[in-house]
Design a protein around this ligand. Structure first.
Ligand SMILES: O=P(O)(O)OC[C@H]1O[C@H](OP(=O)(O)OP(=O)(O)O)[C@H](O)[C@@H]1O
Ligand SMILES: O=c1cc[nH]c(=O)[nH]1
Ligand SMILES: [Mg+2]
Length: 211
């Protein structure tokens, strides 16, 4: 099976905001704010093909059949912690969406993800799951999260990140060829510690000021 494409959202607004996020001297509050704003723009792209239902409404002039989004059929899944930055922006646009959380941290020695939390809504086979995490580095965390979702019954899944490394995309597409990736940038490569270069550093630490 050939892999689903990677969509790079290269809109000038996204690229400009990303440049500010990458800068080492951008403050935590500004970083979080920009991540939320970029999440709005990524959300717009990832939901482009969303099916709408039609409902009858009354405008001041006449009756019409108008398109409506059924937000409850959508579920955003945040890979904790850093995924919450994207999640907040996505929920601004689709407040009725359901939300799942998967807690994973990357062991700094092995670069393997360690799971510490999982909470998902029910009726998983009926929903579109949008899994969010700003960083796709080795790809191990995203693959583990999505495999876990699949075990739990999710079938329709898309992945959204801010930065992706070529190594992470390769791992992801080998493991999950049917899951499309949306990202604001494909960066150059990983360094010896599994950090994306040029990247933006540790997304969780930059969001929450923990370093
Ligand atoms: O593609 P990978 O090599 O798996 O790396 C990416 C993961 O690393 C970061 O999380 P981290 O482990 O730092 O946890 P945090 O969000 O709690 O800081 C990031 O938010 C991803 O989840
Ligand atoms: O560059 C990276 C790699 C993994 N996790 C991050 O937060 N940043
Ligand atoms: Mg981190």
């Amino acid at each position: 099976m050939s892999a689903q494409p990677v969509t790079v959202v290269d809109h000038p607004l996204v690229q400009h905001k990303l440049t500010i996020m990458r800068k080492a001297d951008t403050a935590t509050s500004k970083f979080r704010h920009l991540l939320k704003e970029i999440a709005h723009l990524l959300c717009y792209e990832v939901l482009r093909d969303l099916e709408l239902e039609r409902i009858e409404i009354e405008t001041p002039i006449e009756t019409m059949m108008a398109p409506r989004l059924e937000g409850k059929k959508l579920c955003f899944v945040s890979i904790l912690r850093a995924g919450n930055g994207l999640l907040d922006g996505m929920l601004d646009l689709v407040p009725s969406a359901r939300v799942g959380h998967i807690g994973l941290y990357r062991d700094p020695e092995t670069l393997k993800p360690v799971e510490y939390y999982l909470k998902l809504p029910e009726h998983r086979d009926e929903r579109l799951f949008i899994v969010v995490d700003p960083m796709l580095a080795t790809g191990n965390s995203a693959v583990a999260a999505i495999e876990r979702l699949r075990e739990a019954g999710a079938t329709n899944i898309k992945f959204v990140c801010l930065l992706a490394a070529p190594e992470g995309i390769e791992t992801f597409q080998k493991a999950l060829p049917d899951v499309p990736i949306f990202t604001a940038s494909i960066d150059r490569e990983l360094n010896d510690h599994g950090y994306i270069m040029p990247g933006l550093g540790d997304a969780g630490d930059r969001m929450y000021g923990t370093k």
